[in-house]
Design a protein around this ligand. Structure first.
Ligand SMILES: Cc1cc2nc3c(=O)[nH]c(=O)nc-3n(C[C@H](O)[C@H](O)[C@H](O)COP(=O)(O)OP(=O)(O)OC[C@H]3O[C@@H](n4cnc5c(N)ncnc54)[C@H](O)[C@@H]3O)c2cc1C
Ligand code: SF4
Length: 399
């Protein structure tokens, strides 16, 4: 890590450095001149201050781990009551691609109770080993026992990389496990690239999607990443099972939890935009909330759902679970029709993997047309009613 070092013997008047710092990070304390947390590392004090008074120093990089002791890619099997979340299969697909580069195995880590059926199901997706911790204490997700079993697996198997879905469970579990293992964790990766030396390039949008951050953990193992649902491709289900199931054991005392679950109240089933095959998206081109009715009608006719851009959520027109994009949901429908959406990167990052993208916008130079498979330059107030009547006509023709 880079740090600043103050050399008091070279400073005659501390006020000079205090005045140079534009962020108020230089301060005079009882111990002398020091740098506080407001420092932005702009290094003005180094360049403009008395010569040598403040220097930049790098902490020695700790010796690399012995990478030869860490092998394979593990995928955490995300499930609730035995129903495996589809992100698990998508991660297995990615892990298999990565395995081809390094010629190392793909593991699945399954924590639960009475999960034999699920373990076998995983063998239809090309996993080399399914490691199962089958204990009553793991019947439902609870952070302490799950963390204990997860870390036990890492200590025994030494996987070089670990992929976890960025689900409600994964987002709680992965950081805790990473902290236990004193390793890094990159959240919400959109691209993962395995290098031949087993270093994993973890790539994700940063600063509102304006840059793609490339993150590596070259001095630590395991390398941990979470990935959102619908980013990677799941492999085909194969008729034949392949790979082996390994029953892991752990001292049950390690699976105790300090959380007492008094009751479980099921939420009413949400219609998730992530699961829709067809989405009709409302953007700021919609003038009044009442006008959403025509988009809803089109969505219903096509057997789909309505979604929106962030400004509509901020205006309270639609709920947050309808928002597509970087700070919303990632979707991958068969068909998406955007209506009055400009196509900001923060929006398109959440939908550009859709199979067919149709964009309706009055402005021919709107960026959404760069992402769209089909573009309709026109007023949505003319185009949508026309589309609705065309779909209805087609329907009649088939009845
Ligand atoms: C950190 C950060 C995260 C963000 N996350 C998200 C996110 O997750 N999701 C998201 O959506 N945004 C997000 N944003 C906001 C994003 O940058 C854009 O501001 C937003 O996507 C714009 O929404 P819009 O396309 O609906 O509106 P606008 O950009 O205002 O576009 C409206 C479009 O409608 C067209 N139009 C107007 N009238 C009509 C009409 N009658 N018929 C047809 N077309 C018409 C216009 O030509 C224009 O292109 C984020 C921003 C930041 C900084
Ligand atoms: S690096 Fe910049 S912000 Fe930090 S102490 Fe020096 S002048 Fe201030």
């Amino acid at each position: 890590m880079t740090k600043l070092v103050i050399h008091p013997e070279l400073i005659e008047d501390p006020q000079i450095l205090i005045d140079i710092c534009p962020f108020g990070a230089m301060e005079l304390t009882d111990e002398g001149l020091s740098i506080n947390a407001a420092c932005k590392m702009c290094k003005l004090c180094v360049r403009k201050g008395p010569k040598g008074a403040v220097t930049v120093e790098e902490d020695a990089v700790k010796p690399s781990v012995d990478k030869s002791l860490w092998k394979g890619t593990a995928v955490y099997v995300d499930h609730v009551d035995g129903v495996i979340h589809p992100v698990t299969y998508e991660l297995i697909g990615k892990a298999r691609e990565m395995a081809e580069v390094i010629h190392q195995p793909v593991y699945a880590l399954l924590l639960g109770n009475n999960v034999e059926k699920q373990a076998h199901e995983l063998l239809h997706y090309g996993v080399d080993e399914v490691h199962v911790y089958d204990y009553p204490q793991l019947a439902r997700f609870e952070i302490e026992p799950y963390t204990a079993a997860f870390t036990d697996f890492i200590e025994k198997v030494h996987p070089s990389s670990i992929l976890t879905g960025a689900t409600t469970v994964g987002r709680q579990l992965a950081p805790r496990v990473a902290a236990r293992m004193k390793t890094g964790l990159t959240a919400d990766c959109t691209i993962l690239k395995m290098e031949e030396n087993t270093d994993l390039s973890q790539i994700r949008p940063a600063f509102g999607g304006n840059i793609m951050a490339h993150i590596k953990t070259p001095n630590n193992r395991p390398q941990m990443a979470t990935v959102r649902y619908k980013i990677m491709n799941a492999p085909e289900w194969s008729e034949e099972e392949s790979g082996t199931i390994i029953e892991q054991s752990i001292d049950p005392k390690k699976l105790t939890s300090h959380v007492e679950v008094l009751d479980i109240v099921k939420k009413p089933k949400e219609k998730m935009i992530e699961n829709a095959d067809v989405l009709v998206v409302a953007g700021r081109g919609i003038k009044k909330p009442e006008d959403l009715a025509m988009l809803e009608e089109l969505a219903e006719l096509l057997g789909g759902q309505i979604a929106c851009t962030r400004p509509l959520v901020e205006a309270g027109v639609l709920p947050a679970n309808c928002q597509i994009g970087l700070s919303g949901r990632t979707v991958r429908p068969k068909l998406i029709i955007t209506c009055g959406v400009s196509g900001a990167i923060q929006f398109t990052a959440g939908m550009n993997n859709a199979e067919t993208i149709v964009a309706i916008n009055t402005d021919a130079s709107a960026p959404i047309f760069k992402t769209a498979s089909y573009g309709l330059v026109g007023d949505l107030y003319d185009v949508i009613p026309e589309l609705i009547s065309k779909v209805k006509e087609q329907r009649k023709a088939y009845v």
